[in-house]
Design a protein around this ligand. Structure first.
Ligand SMILES: Cc1cc2nc3c(=O)[nH]c(=O)nc-3n(C[C@H](O)[C@H](O)[C@H](O)COP(=O)(O)OP(=O)(O)OC[C@H]3O[C@@H](n4cnc5c(N)ncnc54)[C@H](O)[C@@H]3O)c2cc1C
Ligand SMILES: NC(=O)c1ccc[n+]([C@@H]2O[C@H](COP(=O)([O-])OP(=O)(O)OC[C@H]3O[C@@H](n4cnc5c(N)ncnc54)[C@H](O)[C@@H]3O)[C@@H](O)[C@H]2O)c1
Length: 496
């Protein structure tokens, strides 16, 4: 067990500095949250106001870091030192830290007031519990108040823990969630100390990415079972036939997928060494560890005390086009519900949105009055053979039209103009034809269009890279395309 985890479990959350008297009381810029969005806002503030003094308050005991590698690249390193190093290999083979910058980059809190060049100081392990938007005051969890000039709430989300896991501590650390560095460290240390079987509950991005990475982890002796109520993997994202195809591919990679099942109950078993899960069909499964990946809720607890409005549908801070809640108070990233000019009000829980909305807020905090018009994308990787980038509204209840690259030309396809729910269109290098997806078809590479009123409002680039800007253009056009095969051709899906 790492020293940090021992300390945290003995004395409660680590606070650096320990005493709030070492945290500045009056700051021009205050960033609440230690994630990607806050750090992106800092970068924008710095480039528009080079001597800006920025204070960041993070409830995590770490400097700002990125989360995506936590379910992916970091698991390809089976050296236990990764738990301390927290670095990962990028696609080009170079090593990179999860942290955006090393400790030396940050302005020590004690120099905050005197440093003429400004910089970013971070109070770690501290939370803001209340904002007084009239007086421009933020309250720390020990009651201390900080006066701000401009403030950003970039508090992200926290895992939703569903029954029967709602009382996590009843499971002796054998059931965990997965969102941050501490969660990664605990899971990794559990595996290093002999855990041989893991159940992942949840079938969307978090659960599926983690299941794939764990199934390849180390010498692959680890048994990984993934349980979720949907019929197939990523069913909240993919059309049904593609979800089914993906499920089979993940099974081939070694993930034991149990779809269409909810959990009836969970209890410690085998002298409290394992957790026994009872599924809705009555089957029982015992595993050494369970990871709950069943969605999330926005971190907006401080809204109530602060009289800030929360969107009743998405649960995020309601912000205007400039991502402002009130004058000089902003919200962005995962926790904000904003007006997307193409798609309407929404809350987006993805990295690119955290970066872009953070950047825009940073500019607005330094005096710009820009509206947020960026259409965010997201990506996912499920082992070596499945990866995708997506943009717009990716909702499988919408009609979809897909065009897949087919390596071996077939002359038997019947051309048709129909584009109903989940009708896929397949291409050959010589001609394009349309057919309903069949058992055994290969959907290794292609493009999926999501339609509303025949207008493309979402696109998945399936194992197809470097085309997001083009997809963004297609969405922006907001028009009915007569033939989506022609649009698909622009994406050169046949190229290797
Ligand atoms: C394991 C994992 C893998 C992911 N992979 C991908 C991916 O491949 N592609 C993709 O597009 N997206 C991915 N995402 C989503 C992406 O990481 C998030 O969208 C992004 O982190 C959101 O950034 P944020 O700054 O808005 O929020 P967060 O990163 O959640 O940061 C919020 C911060 O605020 C802190 N905080 C909360 N409340 C308070 C408070 N009251 N006071 C002080 N601090 C507070 C939190 O502790 C946290 O440090 C992944 C997410 C996870 C968890
Ligand atoms: N590539 C990416 O963009 C990426 C990767 C990892 C995580 N994330 C982010 O992490 C967050 C959490 O992701 P997620 O996949 O947990 O959220 P999600 O809401 O997309 O999926 C939740 C999953 O849990 C299942 N579930 C819900 N209740 C259940 C129950 N009682 N029993 C069994 N299964 C149940 C749902 O059916 C669904 O499969 C999101 O913000 C997501 O965007 C993103």
């Amino acid at each position: 067990m790492s020293l940090l985890i021992v300390i945290v479990s003995l004395v409660g959350p680590l606070k650096i500095p320990q005493n709030s008297k070492n945290i500045p009381r009056k700051v021009p810029y205050l960033l609440v949250g230690g994630g990607t969005c806050s750090f992106s806002a800092f970068r924008a503030i710095k480039s528009h106001d080079p001597t800006a003094k920025v204070l960041l308050i993070s409830s995590e005991p770490y400097y700002p870091y990125m989360r995506p590698p936590l379910t992916k690249e970091i698991w390809s390193d089976d050296n236990p030192e990764v738990v301390e190093k927290l670095s990962f290999k990028q696609w080009n083979g170079s090593e990179r830290s999860l942290f955006f910058e090393p400790e030396e980059f940050f302005l020590p809190l004690e120099k905050f007031d005197e440093e003429p060049k400004g910089g970013l100081s971070v109070a770690r392990g501290w939370s803001i519990t209340q904002i007084d938007a009239d007086k421009k005051l933020a309250t720390l969890d020990d009651g201390t108040q900080i006066e701000y000039g401009k403030c950003l709430l970039a508090t992200g989300i926290h895992p939703k823990v569903v029954p029967p896991f709602d009382k996590l501590k009843h499971f002796n650390n054998k059931v965990s969630v997965f969102r941050n560095i501490d969660d990664f460290r605990k899971l990794r240390e559990a595996l290093d100390s002999g855990v041989e079987s893991v159940a992942i509950v949840g079938g969307s991005l978090l659960g599926s990415e983690l299941a794939c990475s764990l199934s390849k982890f180390g010498s692959s002796k680890l048994k990984v079972v993934q349980i979720f109520p949907e019929k197939g993997s990523l069913a909240k994202i993919l059309p049904e036939y593609l979800s089914k195809w993906t499920t089979e591919k993940l099974r081939e990679q070694g993930v034991n997928i149990i779809s269409g099942q909810e959990l009836k109950s969970a209890a410690l078993t085998n002298n409290d060494k394992q957790v026994e899960l009872t599924l809705s069909d009555g089957k029982k499964i015992s595993v050494d560890h369970v990871v709950v990946a069943t969605g999330s809720n926005a971190n907006t607890e401080l809204a109530k005390n602060s009289h800030l409005e929360i969107d009743s549908v998405s649960g995020g801070y309601l912000v205007n086009n400039e991502l402002a809640i009130r004058s000089d108070l902003y919200a962005a990233g995962d926790c904000a519900c904003y007006y997307d000019v193409l798609l309407g009000r929404r809350r987006v829980e993805h990295h690119d949105h955290a970066v872009s909305s953070g950047r825009l807020v940073g500019e607005n905090m330094t005096g710009a009055r820009k509206s947020y018009t960026h259409q965010p994308m997201f990506w996912s990787e499920l082992g070596a053979n499945i990866g995708f980038e997506a943009i717009g509204l990716i909702d499988p209840s919408l009609p979809t039209v897909a065009v897949y690259a087919k390596l071996e030309p077939s002359s038997e396809k019947v051309p048709s103009q129909e584009t109903e729910n989940n009708v896929a269109q397949q291409t050959t290098s010589s001609k394009i034809s349309t057919s309903t997806p069949k058992e055994g078809e290969d959907y290794s590479k292609g493009i999926i269009f999501y339609l509303r009123d025949d207008i493309v409002i979402g696109i998945i680039l399936w194992n197809l890279y470097g085309k997001v800007s083009l997809a963004r253009q297609v969405l922006k056009e907001q028009r009915k395309f007569e033939d989506l095969n022609e649009v698909a051709k622009l994406f050169e899906i046949h190229e290797e």
